[in-house]
Write a protein that binds this ligand. Structure first.
Ligand code: COA
Length: 334
């Protein structure tokens, strides 16, 4: 059993097509001021025809591998978190594996919505520590733009989400090395499954997974009880962050950078303020990318990596919440 796993490299990729709040004003009854005030979002990225989730994941993965000085063949497991799978089956990870030119590297999709990347990181950490795998590629990848209702009816959800992918390489740390994934804490509460969900297509719907009635009622678009989700977030984010820090025998002051899930800038500002975290320690990119669900945290991490902010000794706390409900936190030292 390896005592510790570490993050050896991070990369991200977002599609080139920028969709501003003003662009959305052309599609639905919304406005830039409402979106900015409620969420902090100014623009997001959408894929263009021909671009796929696996394409985004591939570019992010290649950048993460390059950052770690590795080739795709050095990876011995891929764990990809997504709520917007390229197809019902096989998972997006299989298309990614193929596009990375890999032949028989095992891969799997993991579904824990906006907490998905932290579930993937926790899985990668455990896999490496078990000794069964040496290097795991943990990816968060979402294409929301093709699955949201871009009309006034869907505006409460549609304005919040964007497309993107982020990836990290997790590998065994050398004996005695200070860098590593220090603690991971995960939670879930299926009792709230319908508070933020995509009902159709559903394999529990007979005789077929989706019918015209469901489509006419727009039940193939995500639906959210915004206020309930907001409440869940502002309670669970601080709770699980403090839980993970305590498990790592660290205090809030020991953390150099806080990477909160990018669902809503107001949620993150509220949580930071409640905990007394200085704003300059909280990274955010929601202004530019919106909520990229499982991709939000690895994109933030990769941006910090590329900006040279993850210097040796830097302690990072990642915390997320989302549909399920799900929530979690991971503490890593670089
Ligand atoms: N543009 C303009 N107006 C909008 C709008 C939009 N995109 N979406 C909703 N509105 C309207 C509503 O119809 C409502 O109008 P009404 O008062 O005439 O009925 C009004 O704005 C207020 O809506 P409400 O839902 O009460 O707003 P809110 O203050 O709760 O903010 C959210 C909505 C979604 C921003 C907020 O609830 C939130 O951030 N929730 C958490 C969402 C989240 O994090 N989701 C991702 C989880 S991973």
């Amino acid at each position: 059993m390896t005592t510790r796993a570490r993050i050896a490299g991070a990369g991200f990729f977002v599609p080139e097509r920028v969709v501003s709040n003003h662009d959305l004003e052309q599609l639905m009854d919304t406005n830039d001021e409402w979106i900015r005030q409620r969420s902090g979002i100014e623009e997001r990225r959408y894929i263009t025809p021909g671009e796929t989730p696996a394409d985004l994941a591939q570019r992010a993965s290649q950048r993460a591998l390059a950052a770690a000085g590795l080739e795709p063949r050095d990876v011995d497991l891929i764990v990809l978190a997504t709520l917007s799978s390229q197809h019902e089956f096989p998972g997006t990870s299989f298309f990614l594996q193929r596009q990375l030119g890999l032949d028989d590297t095992p891969c799997m999709d993991l579904r824990a919505q906006c907490t998905g990347f932290l579930y993937a990181l926790t899985t990668a950490n455990a896999m490496v520590r078990s000794g069964q795998f040496q290097r795991v590629l943990a990816v968060g990848c979402e294409v929301h733009s093709t699955g949201i209702d871009l009309t006034t009816e869907g505006r409460d959800v549609a304005v919040l989400f964007g497309d993107g992918a982020g990836a990290v390489v997790v590998e065994a740390a050398d004996a005695g090395e200070a860098a590593g994934i220090l603690e991971c804490r995960l939670h879930a509460q299926g009792a709230n499954a319908e508070k933020l969900w995509l009902e159709f297509p559903s394999s529990g719907h007979t005789p077929v997974r989706i019918d015209h009635e469901a489509i006419d009622q727009k039940r193939h678009f995500p639906r959210m009880e915004g206020r309930q989700v907001f409440k869940h977030a502002v309670t669970r984010l601080p709770e699980v962050l403090l839980e993970a820090l305590s498990a790592a025998s660290l205090k809030l002051e020991d953390v150099d950078l806080f990477l909160f899930h990018q669902a809503n800038l107001r949620i993150n500002e509220y949580v930071a303020n409640q905990l007394g975290i200085p704003p300059e320690k909280c990274l955010s990119n929601i202004q530019r990318y919106g909520n990229c669900s499982a991709a939000s945290i690895p994109i933030l991490l990769a941006e910090a990596w590329e900006a040279g902010r993850l210097t040796p000794g830097t302690t990072v706390a990642m915390t997320a919440f989302g549909s399920g409900f799900s929530w979690g936190s991971a503490i890593a030292r670089f």
